[in-house]
Design a protein around this ligand. Sequence first.
Ligand SMILES: Nc1ncnc2c1ncn2[C@@H]1O[C@H](COP(=O)(O)OP(=O)(O)OP(=O)(O)O)[C@@H](O)[C@H]1O
Ligand SMILES: [Mg+2]
Length: 153
Amino acid sequence: MKINVKNTEETIELGKKIATSLKAGDVVLLDGELGAGKTTLTKGIAKGLDIDGNIKSPTFTLVREYRNGRIPLFHMDMYRLENSDPFEVGIDEYLSESGICVIEWSEFITELLPADFLRIEIKKIGDESREINLSGVGDHYQKIVEEMGKGDE
Ligand SMILES: Nc1ncnc2c1ncn2[C@@H]1O[C@H](COP(=O)(O)OP(=O)(O)OP(=O)(O)O)[C@@H](O)[C@H]1O
Ligand SMILES: [Mg+2]
């Protein structure tokens, strides 16, 4: 399902809306070039989970945990995984914990990913406009995408 957003605020709103259908244990993959808006969308998801405080890019730390919301959020950015062992970083443990894993640059850990997930692809259209493509693999995530398609005419 494709959604067009006009600015940062609309991306954050979309993240908030997505968060309302997420549950503990869910995995969300965020794809898109550098600066597409993956971390920005994560900020929206965090807001939707009632997480207080600033969401910072976990580029150097690889994972940031936010446990003060409705459901724990584990925000991961695998871009700088480089030669680190994802097991050493504990990625597999986060994936089996009962929080929501939002993963930027998941292509670097494909072998650790579960079979089912929500994939969100962000494409830069202009300075501030983005095309956001949601696809669900597995029943649960397909339902989330269907839900998102309702009532947005
Ligand atoms: N519609 C939009 N949605 C999201 N971000 C936007 C939009 N329009 C402009 N921006 C700007 O684009 C930048 C997106 O940065 P962000 O850190 O979210 O990207 P990213 O995809 O996480 O990049 P990286 O791969 O480097 O982690 C921000 O500075 C944001 O303000
Ligand atoms: Mg980012």
